[in-house]
Design a protein around this ligand. Structure first.
Ligand code: TYD
Length: 136
């Protein structure tokens, strides 16, 4: 069973500079998987949520490139809310964790690094099905 305890906040390199700070991520180095896809969520209207599903195989890493939002994690037993608001920290979420994003501040940008290409078949969109599968 995957649990919310398997979701971890990881520090990222930060190169401070008077000209502006710089951070970076290497797949398989700063995060525990090779990156096969990148997408980002932006222009989120106030009060909206994104996500609301789990993935059978996909691992993801979330970074608040700008602004702030909450990642709500649920393993079928325990719920945990992680607030992201710095671009030199990210949240690792393994496969088989139910999640949604909420509480976006205006102009927030959420970067997501993903371990696999987009595959609709990998989604579990029914919470009870997810819960049964994860508790098995
Ligand atoms: P979806 O993952 O369902 O959004 P949310 O996480 O908020 O539930 O994706 C929304 C739409 O975008 C859906 O039609 C599929 C498409 N999409 C892609 O084509 N490629 C991608 O990498 C992602 C993440 C989504």
């Amino acid at each position: 069973m995957k649990t919310v305890a398997d979701c971890t906040i990881l520090p990222l390199p930060k190169i401070p500079d008077d000209r502006g700070n710089l951070s970076f991520i290497e797949g398989g180095n700063h995060i525990p998987f090779e990156i096969q896809r990148t997408y980002w969520i932006y222009d989120v209207p106030g009060g909206e949520t994104r996500g609301g599903h789990a993935y059978k195989e996909l691992q993801e890493f979330f970074v608040a490139l700008s602004g702030s939002f909450d990642v709500v994690l649920d393993d079928g037993v325990t719920r945990k809310v992680v607030s992201l608001n710095r671009s030199y920290f990210g949240l690792y979420v393994p496969n088989m964790i139910w999640r949604h994003l909420e509480n976006f501040a205006t102009n927030s940008v959420c970067l997501i690094l993903a371990s696999l290409p987009y595959n609709q078949e990998d989604y579990i969109r029914d919470y009870e099905m997810y819960r049964k599968e994860n508790l098995r």
